[in-house]
Design a protein around this ligand. Structure first.
Ligand code: CP
Length: 309
């Protein structure tokens, strides 16, 4: 079975092929009749151990638009609450013969572990601070549609890089497609080894945003911080929050992105999130299309013809 566990396993050609497929899914999703039969008869299970608005709902809609039967496993009311382990839960669902399992979990490597155990395709919908591959793909599709290409653009990823699987997947993907990637944050919000990840490192927005084509803001993940690590919100916004003044440093008309959920007034001002340069709603729309493309690529038996074409 084929899986999507991280961007790292994809070649630049694989990424472009998925984005091309997703373009077709955008067109279909904009029709009044959205339902296809590509995955008719297939069963998709969404298994989300962490909260989600965008990812879970877009995977559900993506599966339904492709004609699959979609089941959302409600972890909160499941036997996970009685102590059933991740593997036992997955093996139980696996016995019901799904074709694809979408997993979100707080532990890095959870999706890869499941992929070794179950007899179906697995898609990583976010594993700890490791990867969130479909988020990076939808971000790339949003940029490519707005700018025509990704190669040669400069993208600043700003904020809580330390806890961000979105940042990690984006750094890998944007580098693979030939963008220059900057990361901008206080030093305490970078992971160890950031300088070996193919990025330019900045500790101030005034330097980091200068002349960039895309400003990608990250949520300050305060729930994953402890004690002295938690910055004061007011100070954080002052130095690292994206407001009109800081955005002026970027190239004129630079794209403003945020994977969501947003902390308005913490990492981004409301007027910027809702402003003319924001493509945050487009990112959400692209999320459904990219997830359709990924599931189709993993499950559609005709995919090899597509590759050969
Ligand atoms: N961007 C993202 O993963 O959002 P959710 O946590 O709402 O799925």
């Amino acid at each position: 079975h084929r899986h999507l566990l991280g961007i790292r396993e994809l070649s630049p050609a694989d990424i472009e092929l998925l984005l091309d497929r997703a373009e077709k899914a955008v067109a279909i999703s904009r029709q009044s009749e959205k339902k296809m039969s590509t995955l008719r008869g297939r069963t998709q299970i969404n298994l989300f151990y962490e909260a989600s608005t965008r990812t879970q709902s877009s995977f559900e809609l993506a599966g339904k638009r492709l004609g699959a039967d979609v089941m959302n496993m409600s972890v909160a009311s499941s036997s996970v609450k009685k102590g059933e382990t991740l593997i036992d839960t997955a093996m139980t669902l696996n016995a019901m013969r799904p074709d694809i399992l979408i997993i979100r979990h707080s532990s890095a490597g959870a999706a890869a572990l499941l992929a070794q155990k179950v007899g179906c395709s697995v898609v990583n919908a976010g594993d700890g601070a490791h990867e969130h591959p479909t988020q990076a793909l939808l971000d790339a599709l949003t940029i490519r549609r707005a700018r025509g290409t990704i190669a040669g653009l400069t993208v600043a990823i700003c904020g809580d890089v330390l806890h961000s699987r979105v940042a990690r997947s984006n750094i890998i993907l944007l580098n693979a497609l030939g963008a220059r990637v900057r990361v901008v944050a206080p030093s305490t919000l970078f992971p160890a080894g950031i300088r070996h990840m193919g990025v330019e490192v900045f500790n101030s927005m005034s330097e980091g945003l200068k002349g960039v084509d895309v400003v990608m803001m990250l949520r300050l993940q305060r729930e994953r911080m402890e004690g002295a690590m938690v910055p004061s919100v007011r100070e954080y916004f002052r130095y690292f929050g994206l407001d009109a003044e800081k955005l002026k440093l970027a190239r004129e008309g630079a794209l403003v992105m945020h994977p969501g959920p947003m902390n308005r007034g913490v990492e981004i001002a409301s007027e910027i999130a809702d402003g003319p340069q924001s493509v945050i709603q487009e990112q959400v729309e692209m999320g459904v299309a990219v997830r359709m493309a990924v599931m189709e690529a993993l499950l559609d038996p005709r995919r090899n013809e597509d590759r050969a074409a």
